[in-house]
Structure formats: C-alpha cells, structure tokens
Write a protein that binds this ligand. Structure first.
Ligand SMILES: C[S@@+](CC[C@H](N)C(=O)[O-])C[C@H]1O[C@@H](n2cnc3c(N)ncnc32)[C@H](O)[C@@H]1O
Length: 497
C-alpha cells in the first residue's frame, strides 16, 4: 500500500503505483505515466482479489472515486493508516521511535459525512441530468450515485428531490469550458447532532435567478425532514468549485444551520470549514483537550481556527484564547458562536497566520499553549519558526495530512521542539486519509544556535538554492527549441546536433 492509498506493484525492481488496486490483488492495469524511477497505472480489471478482500457495501465495480478502500475490512484500514503515519514520521520526520498511540477508529464507519458535494452531469445515452461523484482517477467523468455509503443518510431525500427536479425541468449542466448551461453541483450539509439539513444548489451565473426555484423549495420543504435552508450559489469559475465570493441567495429558510461539536452549539454558514465527521471530530477535540492539559492560567492560541470549534472547546479551561483564521465568514461565525455559548475570554483575529504571528511578537501576551490545525499543506517553515520563538510550554498539532506533518518535524527540531505523543484518529473511513493529534514540548537542554551556526546554515541553504536555480535554468535551456528554423538551428542541424 502506498501513501496515497494505491497498491504498489513491482516489475523486476521497478515500482508501479496502481490506482484501484489493493495489497494482494491480481489486476490488469493500464500504465498511465512513466517516470525515471517509477510508473503510475490504473487497474482496469480485478482478476483475483487479495486474500483480505471483502464485498464492498456499495459500488461493486469500484468506479466511484470517493471510497477507494471499500474492499478492505475496517480493522485492516486502521492497521494500514497507523502504519502509514508511523512510516511517514520515521522516513520524513527522522524520528526512529515515534511516540505513537494506537489509532482511534469508529464504532460504525458508515454515514459519517456531514457535508457532501455531488457534481451534475449529463447521461451520454439518455441526455438526462444526474448527480454523482468523480469516477476513480478521472477529472471529467461523473459516476451516478444513488445513496452514498459514507454520507449522512438524512441528506439522501434532498438529493433525490433535487435530481428529480433537475430531470423534470430538463435543466442543463454547466459547461466549465464554454461557461454555458446551469447546474454545477449540489452541496448537502446535515447537523449530525441537530438533524438540520441545508441544501445548496450551485450554478453558473443566472441573471434571472434559479429557474423553477419555487417548485424545488416546495418539494424540499415537503419531502426533507429537518430542512432549514435552501440556498443558491452562483459562480462562473473555471475551477471545479462550489465557492463564490458572493454570499448565496436564500431561496427559503435561513443561510445557516446548527451543529454540536466539542460540547458547543455551532452556527455553520456555507463557506466555513467544519470537520466533516462530527462523531470523530468530537473524539478529536476530546483528545486535543486531553493532551493539551489546559490550565486556568494558560494563554492559548488556536491557529487556523475555522469557525472556532477548538477555540471554544479550550476557552472554559484557560485564562484567555486567541483564534486566528483567514476566512472572514468563519470568524463572523466564530464571534456568533462565542456569544451563543456565553464565552467571553476569546479574541479573534482575521488574516494569514504568518504575518499575524510576526505582528503578534511582543504585542500580544506570550502564549503558554499553541494549537495549530493547518490545511493539508501543513505549516510553512516561517510559521514553525515563529510558533517556536514564542516559547510556549506545549504545542498541539492537529494534522489532516501525516506526510506534511512529518515534513514539519525537522523544522520543529531545528527550533527546539519535539513531539512527545502522536495520536492517529480515523476521520475518513474507506479512504486512505488519516488525521492525527500530536503534543510537542521543548527539547530538554536545547540551546538556540549561535550567530556562527546560523550564518553557516544560511550559507548551506543559499548554496542549495543556487544549485536548484542552476539545474532549473539548465533544464529550461535544454527544453527551449528554436521557434523557426533560423540560421543557428540550421547550422546545428548541419553539425548533426
Ligand atoms: C483544517 S481547517 C481547521 C479548522 C478548525 N480548527 C476546525 O477544527 O474546524 C484549517 C483552517 O485554516 C484556515 N486557513 C488556511 N490557510 C490559512 C492561513 N494561511 N492563515 C489562517 N488561516 C488559514 C482555513 O480557512 C480553515 O478554516
């Protein structure tokens, strides 16, 4: 099993990463890309399933790109995830004996997603519109989905109603190349604890609004228990996105729904990040509190706080907490959520963590506890440096990508911190993704580097940068071809170049 969740095959000693193949499978695969040291392939036919294979609970063809690990028993999924986290930390993080705790799995790994996004497409045979997920390994092709195994089932009625409405009025699918057509995607959000359902129909821009909106609203109101809002988002972006700078139009109800997470009631709006697996997020936040061991005299920072779920969970246990987040709408929700939960010892800052931390130095109170929960790309080295320079007693790193987490470990070490516990948590059953919570503490006896050591490190970095630049220039020069056959090119031809 590779880190991205593909099967690893070998031809002689040459490695081939095979999509849709799992350990032990015999497959017929088509090679899609060949590099100097490895190749990539996609399994086209499963000839003999591996010994561990179980019958998938949906999508027996393995066509859907959403749950790539459906054929693995859940216990084995957990074993692979734990191994992959450990492997990344050893290989990329340079820790020989990672202080790892056993992975926390789910009791029931189905129906866990509180948010799903279906893409609209046209059936090439019938010409009818439908919604589904991307075909495994394809950017273009959509596989029709009736009921998604990992989606909260309380959103299914809404999906069926929207699909039927689109078919009934023969609405056209948006074409990202030409900007014509209408329907792009359907975003469904369900409050796991509250049962509230929000429906957001995403289209290209329409001067006259969503056609047949009244009929859609009537059907949804009548057929979806718990529905609290029907929204319409418009975007002409060429990227595949449901995000729009403009707030959605409320066709019916309200533009927010309620969820309970980390022991708090949260108001969620359409553009704010929320952990997609509420049941596991509650466990994740419990683990954060457990390993952070917050104290009443703590000055805490929650960096990349989203709409404040961790910030608010920490607040009752510390003197003061500062939440930092780049999305204004998420901070607006966070402010509302603090009020809703009667929490007053919180300060919110909207903006990019990196410059904000620079500004914070010497201006804001010194932190004793810093929690970070960055996006999949992890932390840039400057942020690691600024976090460590603030000298907190402990740093809690919540990561949704063990590979980038592991890549940050040498940087933390460079600035005097190391992990003392790492707890993987399975937030995404049937996929290869894994979350983790790590506690960092200052390395005992660590001294900041001297001015000479810093200068020597800078010189090494600069030399490496120059070498990369030279290589890039050399490669670019090799690729540059004469535009027209001028005198120089003709001369080169003559010399057999
Ligand atoms: C993985 S989410 C974590 C959210 C929150 N801790 C939670 O559990 O719901 C990462 C958050 O970081 C925000 N973000 C991404 N890049 C950022 C940056 N450079 N500065 C501040 N926030 C950022 C995203 O908008 C998102 O809300």
């Amino acid at each position: 099993m590779s880190h991205g969740g593909r099967g690893v095959a070998r031809h002689d000693n040459f490695v081939v990463f095979v999509g849709r193949a799992l350990p032990g499978d015999t497959v017929r695969a088509r090679v899609t890309r060949v590099k100097r040291s490895f190749a990539e392939a996609m399994a086209e036919e499963l000839l003999v399933p591996g010994a561990q294979n179980v019958d998938p609970q949906c999508d027996p063809e393995g066509a859907c790109g959403s749950c790539t690990w459906q054929r693995l028993p859940y216990e084995l999924q957990l074993t692979y995830k734990e191994e992959q986290v450990r492997d990344a930390i050893v290989r990329l993080g340079g820790l020989e004996q990672p202080p790892m705790l056993p992975i926390v799995g789910m009791d029931d790994p189905t129906g866990y997603r509180n948010k799903v996004e279906y893409t609209f497409a046209t059936d090439p045979e019938t010409g009818e519109v439908f919604s589904g997920y991307h075909r495994f390994g394809s950017w273009e092709e959509i596989v029709a989905i009736d009921e998604c195994l990992i989606a909260d089932p309380r959103g299914n009625a809404a999906k069926h109603i929207v699909d039927a409405w689109a078919k009934r009025y023969d609405l056209k699918v948006f074409n990202r190349e030409t900007g014509t057509g209408l329907l792009r995607s359907l975003v469904l959000r369900v409050g796991h604890a509250t049962g509230e359902v929000q429906v957001n129909v995403v289209t290209g821009s329409t001067a006259k609004g969503l056609p047949r909106a009244a009929e859609l609203v009537d059907d949804l109101e009548a057929g979806v228990p718990g529905i609290v809002g029907v929204l319409h988002t418009q975007t002409d972006s060429r990227a595949e996105t449901s995000f729009s700078e403009e707030p959605p139009t409320v066709l019916w109800g309200r533009d927010w729904y309620e969820e309970q997470m980390g022991g708090k009631t949260l108001k969620i709006r359409s553009n704010s990040f929320l952990q997609t697996n509420t049941r596991q997020a509650n466990k994740l936040y419990d683990i954060v509190l457990d390993v952070a061991k917050p104290r009443p005299d703590d000055i805490a920072y929650d960096l990349y706080c989203g709409l404040g779920s961790i910030t608010l969970a920490l607040a009752p246990h510390v003197q003061e907490v500062v939440g930092v987040e780049v999305v204004q709408e998420a901070i607006d929700c966070a402010i509302e959520n603090a009020e809703l939960n009667g929490i007053e010892n919180v300060e919110w800052q909207t903006g990019n963590v990196r410059p904000i931390l620079k500004f914070a130095k010497g201006v804001w109170p010194d932190p004793t506890l810093i929690v970070v929960d960055p996006p999949r790309s992890g932390l840039v080295p400057k942020v690691v440096m600024r976090i460590c320079e603030a000298k907190p007693e402990r740093i809690i790193y919540v990561s949704c990508n063990p590979t980038t987490f592991a890549g940050n470990l040498p940087q933390f070490r460079e600035f005097g911190y190391e992990p003392v516990s790492i707890q993987p948590v399975d937030q995404f059953p049937f996929t290869s993704h894994c979350e983790l919570v790590a506690r960092f503490e200052p390395i005992p006896g660590w001294e900041p580097p001297t001015a000479e050591e810093l200068a020597a490190r800078e010189a090494i970095k600069l030399a490496a940068k120059n070498r990369t630049k030279q290589r890039t220039n050399a490669r670019a020069a090799g690729r540059r071809k004469p535009k027209a056959k001028g005198a120089d090119a003709a001369a080169a031809d003559d010399q057999g170049a």
